[in-house]
Design a protein around this ligand. Sequence first.
Ligand code: UDP
Ligand code: MG
Length: 142
Amino acid sequence: MAVSLTLGIVKPDAIATGKTGKILAHLEEAGFTLRAARLVRLTDAQAGAFYAVHRGRPFYPELVAFMTSGPCLPMALEGEDAVATLRTVIGATDPAEAAPGTVRKLYAESKGRNAIHASDSDENAAREVAFFFPEGELAGMR
Ligand code: UDP
Ligand code: MG
């Protein structure tokens, strides 16, 4: 499997409860290399655009409100088969259903406030990395 990039976001719940360092350590121990990261407070428009695929779903307004409730930390992460590997490392959307030892099992509060985002396909990873990190902001890739 080739080395690739994916987008992770440490979500506002995890930042607010001081779990950022532990989550970054978990991702590094899982083999990921940080290629870009930026602490941002998303606007309604940004969070709405990022999660546009979920527009119309019942949880969408709550999701946008949560993602704009405080700073979050988007990260471009590099690793072997990065998209699939990161999805495995973070666990199921609902921490109650997440496998033991996954980021969400360890650090998420609930299905909505679930500590971390990860891209779900290579196509979405490319779109999501570009959403937060214009070309050239990826360390070492210039
Ligand atoms: N979400 C929620 N309720 C649901 C489904 C999703 O609050 O029933 C939120 C949750 O924060 C989740 C995000 O919306 O991480 C995006 O949903 P998705 O199904 O893409 O889950 P993910 O890819 O994050 O596991
Ligand atoms: Mg998703």
